[in-house]
Design a protein around this ligand. Structure first.
Ligand code: AMP
Ligand code: MG
Length: 410
């Protein structure tokens, strides 16, 4: 049985990114750039005023001139029609280009005018105490210049990046393709969440959870329904599933008589990369890959059926594969780990590293984390409050409050 670290390494050496595609900017959030993006404009495109006021020559102000002849009013989007010469000024609005000759702006509050007064022939300006040449002016290309590298390859596009991409003219962007992921929960006992289970039935909680997480990661998911524990039926559904970039199964991967998934996968040409990882919960996890003759390969994860096991498989391993698949690979591949300290003493059982639902505490030390009350791999209730998982290594079972631990935020 391999370790968690070995499982990460196996995923990293198996998965390769999808090809690139071009999408419109509005569809780009959550996607990763496959090439760098440079600006096609200067920002700002001209020297501009950052205040409503009067465009002046700093030398006039230095010489003590206070009465100015007003040449015109320049609004944002307009261009000056005359040059500011000694003793003259142009009324100017925020964002408007500075007129030729002017290098500074005196704000309207320092004039004998109000915001709504019409443009007069002359204006009296007082000088701000800290007036310096260039006051209230933003110089052309002060933010960045045409041709500057704005986003590097592999950048993950976030909502906050969209404004900047729009400013630099990135109406279409080249990004990694969106993975298509098929989801197949298996188990005779499962019924859809819309149904009331009877007898020994339980609701399929993994399917919706896996789909939700994969969607959040930017995948397009395909629900294959519930697979029953029967070879031919599984074969037919799995055959559909491996047509996608990834197939995520849950249930049927351990060593019980009805755990048919590994056998069916192998019969359909899925090569095992690993099966079973030293982790608690979630040991029987399966990872494999199937090559197709004329199209891209499919990566297959078989997650143990217990819902928290499935979740931990998603958070640790499927997420790592997703980061590579979506081109995020030059950045951090494995789940984030924060150095944290335990709020309360804690005891773990077993010989495997344990990932325990936990939350951050509202205490003085923001690194403090608290293991939640948790009944094991079938207990989803603790996740309601969980903000991540605490990693308890296998070598130790008793932890004191204040001890350092690793926290993996969701
Ligand atoms: P298995 O991995 O198939 O042996 O399943 C382990 C446990 O997880 C069993 O108690 C199953 O009933 C439960 N289980 C399997 N699949 C699901 C599912 N999709 N949703 C909720 N529980 C499940
Ligand atoms: Mg089962």
């Amino acid at each position: 049985m391999i370790s968690v670290e070995q499982a990460f390494a196996a995923i990293e050496s198996t998965v390769t990114p999808l090809n690139g595609q071009t999408v419109t900017l509005s569809a780009a959030v959550g996607r990763v750039l496959t090439e760098e993006v440079r600006s096609d404009v200067d920002s700002p495109p001209h020297d501009k005023s950052v205040m409503d006021g009067f465009a002046v020559r700093a030398t006039d102000i230095a010489a003590g001139v206070t009465e100015f002849r007003v040449l015109e009013t320049i609004i944002a989007g307009a261009v000056a029609t005359s040059e500011v010469t000694p003793g003259t000024t142009a009324r100017i609005m925020t964002g408007a280009p500075l007129p030729p000759g002017a290098d500074s702006v005196v704000m309207i509050e320092m004039s004998n005018l109000g915001y709504t007064d019409p443009t007069p022939e002359t204006v009296t300006l007082r000088v701000e105490a800290e007036f310096t040449p260039g006051k209230h002016r933003m110089v052309r290309a002060g933010n960045f210049a045409k041709g500057d590298l704005i986003f590097a390859t592999h950048h993950l596009i976030r909502p906050v990046d969209i404004g900047l991409l729009a400013e630099i003219g990135a109406a279409d962007v080249n990004v990694c393709a969106q993975p298509s992921i098929a989801v197949l929960p298996t188990g005779d006992e499962l019924v859809d969440c819309a149904q009331l289970p009877s007898g020994a039935q339980i609701r399929n909680s993994n399917g919706p959870m896996i789909e939700a997480i994969a969607n959040r990661w930017g995948a397009a998911t395909h629900n294959l329904g519930i697979g029953i524990d029967q070879v031919d039926e599984l074969k037919q559904k799995i055959a559909q599933g491996i047509e996608h970039d990834m197939l995520i199964l849950s249930g049927g991967v351990s060593a019980g008589t009805m755990d048919l998934v590994p056998k069916v996968l192998s019969g359909l040409g899925v090569k095992t990369v690993f099966h079973k990882v030293k982790v608690k919960p979630g040991k029987p996890i399966f990872f494999g890959v199937v090559e197709h003759p004329n199209r891209r390969r499919c990566y297959v994860f078989g997650l143990p059926g217990n819902p928290v096991s499935s979740l931990i498989g998603m958070h640790l391993f499927v997420s790592t594969a997703m980061r590579i698949l979506t081109g995020n690979g030059k950045n951090r591949l494995r789940p984030q780990r924060w150095g944290a300290v335990l709020k309360s003493e804690h005891q773990t059982r077993g010989d495997r590293p344990t990932y325990w639902p936990a939350r951050r505490c509202d205490c003085n030390d923001p690194r403090t984390v608290e293991p939640l009350r948790w009944n094991g791999s079938s207990d989803l209730l603790s996740l309601r409050e969980a903000e991540g998982l605490i990693h308890f290594p296998a070598r130790q079972s008793k932890y004191k409050s204040g001890e350092p631990v690793e926290f993996l935020p969701f």
